[in-house]
Design a protein around this ligand. Structure first.
Ligand SMILES: [Zn+2]
Length: 151
């Protein structure tokens, strides 16, 4: 891994967003490259400092109640989360409910109809070809002779 690639991926690495192979390659590079190692060290210190000194505000109880009401959700179990992490935990626990959008299926339905139409037209063409081949192979049907009628 090159220095420029390491610098490009180092934020993702610090946020644990790289896959195992990418993380191992990046760690191998920063272990042997003093410049990238210093960059990683500085960013790690910044990350720790931000986490330690970030000011967190608790939601006013009225606002929290109104938010829960607006979301149509019941109150979270107060004993399950500590007071400090309560607002964050409450937001993290609740999955967003989205109404199923049937319109999203329209392209898939159209594609399925196209596939069915294509299969049917190919089957029809094969059947027509078989019928034609059978007709070509068989001798022409003999016409019944009209009785000769001489007076
Ligand atoms: Zn480097």
């Amino acid at each position: 891994m090159s220095c420029s690639e390491t610098r490009r991926l180092i934020d993702a690495y610090l946020d644990s967003e790289l896959d195992l192979r990418g993380a191992l390659e990046l760690e191998a590079h920063i272990a042997r490259c003093p410049g990238c190692g210093a960059e990683e060290h500085g960013l790690r210190e910044l990350q720790a400092s931000v986490r330690a000194n970030l000011i967190r505000y608790a939601l006013p109880p009225q606002l929290e109640a109104r938010l829960h009401e607006a979301l149509g959700a019941e109150e979270p179990a107060a004993s399950a989360v500590s007071e400090e992490t309560r607002p964050v935990a409450a937001m993290a626990v609740r999955p967003m409910r989205r109404p199923w959008k049937w319109a999203a299926l329209a392209p898939a339905a159209a594609a399925a109809l196209l596939v069915v139409a294509a299969v049917l037209s190919v089957a029809f063409a094969i059947a027509s070809l078989r019928q034609w081949a059978r007709a070509v192979r068989e001798p022409a049907p003999r016409l019944p002779r009209a009785p000769l009628a001489f007076a």
